[in-house]
Design a protein around this ligand. Structure first.
Ligand code: 5GP
Length: 187
């Protein structure tokens, strides 16, 4: 029996125009990896991946950092199963590693309103890390990155809801290789 074909997103009407190609994403992550490698030098960063959206970014980013990195995972929920934020951030899975004295890099998929990031920063800073920086693949043009203390940004994008490369709608599209605008079939 031949294996089932891989899921194709080519004919999916919910996958709209491309925001970032696979190549653009890979190239920018190589640059971010080089920046982190230079900035951290002889320090050993702990990359904290915010699940689930940042899983793909974390995987590729960690391999572009030429230092002995460690990784851990934290999960929060703020959107439920819709494309609108509920306005409430909830910790779903906590870290295993003790952050005391560690050089932490929080790895995010997208900073939109900044609500999730503010919550995570407060939670992680309370645990006594030696340093805490934020590295996000995407940020909205409208996000107050300086106010939120975001040091590393892959790309700034406009307001449309996007999918792919870790970002989902109801748990779909995370395994799409590029990032595209989501076309809501109900609209
Ligand atoms: P914030 O708390 O900054 O408003 O939202 C951050 C979280 O909302 C992200 O980590 C992500 O899970 C979700 N989010 C925000 N914008 C988008 C988007 O365009 N697409 C997807 N799939 N998730 C988004």
């Amino acid at each position: 029996m031949s294996p089932a074909p891989l899921e194709s997103f080519d004919d999916d009407p919910c996958v709209g125009s491309t925001v970032l190609t696979e190549e653009q994403i890979a190239e920018r992550i190589r640059e971010l990896g080089r920046e982190l490698t230079e900035d951290y030098g002889d320090r050993r960063p702990l990359l904290v991946c915010v699940l689930r959206g940042a899983y793909a970014f974390l995987t590729d980013l960690a391999r572009e950092v030429d230092l002995p990195v460690e990784i851990d995972f934290i999960a929060v929920s703020s959107y439920g199963a819709s494309t609108r934020t509920s306005g409430v951030v909830r910790l779903v899975k906590d870290l295993d590693v003790d952050l005391t004295g560690r050089h932490v890099v929080l790895v995010e998929d997208i900073v939109d309103t900044g609500l999730t990031l503010r919550y995570l920063r407060r939670s992680l800073e309370a645990r006594g890390p030696a340093s805490l920086e934020v590295c996000t693949l995407l940020a909205r043009e409208s996000a107050d990155l300086e106010g939120l203390g975001v040091r590393y940004v892959g790309f700034t994008i406009p307001g449309e809801f996007v999918i792919g490369y870790g970002l989902d709608v109801d748990e779909r599209y995370r395994n799409m290789r590029h990032i595209a605008v989501y076309v809501d079939p109900g609209v």
